[in-house]
Design a protein around this ligand. Structure first.
Ligand code: FES
Length: 159
């Protein structure tokens, strides 16, 4: 099924990069959101000396990730969705969760597991203090794609 708009019309050329802003401004703000290429709401995050870019709305229910805290879980930096606290790795967009080893053993022992890539991560490039995002146009569906459709954009902007 393809309910989301195509990210790029051609795969034979390198995908274009889109200017997001001056690095110093992004560093100062910590977070920047931008509609990229007229089709994708992207969140750019500055954290611990690194820039990251991902789909702005959480793959779970479209939560506003730009208001999420960043914390480390199992040694991996995650943005924590403010809506239902889902944890998404900044680098890969993986959904992390705590699995219970054996529910019959008390106290419960848990460990971190990955649900795989759930949030689409985009590529950041920095040239002379300017920051660009290249949309990840992999044709493989990622769950966060659902919240990039016109319908969700309109609904959530009003919410
Ligand atoms: Fe992000 Fe539910 S919308 S955790």
């Amino acid at each position: 099924s393809s309910s989301s708009p195509p990210l790029s019309s051609s795969s034979s050329h390198p995908p274009p990069s889109h200017f997001i802003g001056k690095k110093e401004d992004i560093v100062k703000a910590g977070r920047v959101t931008k509609l990229v290429n007229g089709c994708r709401d992207v969140l750019v995050v500055w954290h611990q000396g690194q820039l990251h870019a991902m789909d702005m709305r959480c793959y779970h229910s479209g939560g506003a990730l730009q208001y999420g805290d960043i914390e480390e879980f199992n040694g991996r930096l995650c943005i924590v969705c403010p809506w239902h606290k889902y944890k998404i790795t900044l680098a890969e967009g993986e959904g992390l969760y705590q699995a219970v080893d054996d529910p019959t053993v008390k106290p419960l022992r848990t460990h971190w597991r990955s649900k795989g890539v759930k949030q689409r991560i985009h590529k950041i490039t920095e040239i002379n203090g300017d920051v660009y995002v290249t949309l990840n146009d992999s044709s493989e569906a990622v769950e966060s794609d659902v919240y990039q459709t016109e319908r969700y954009r309109t609904v959530l902007l009003k919410a």
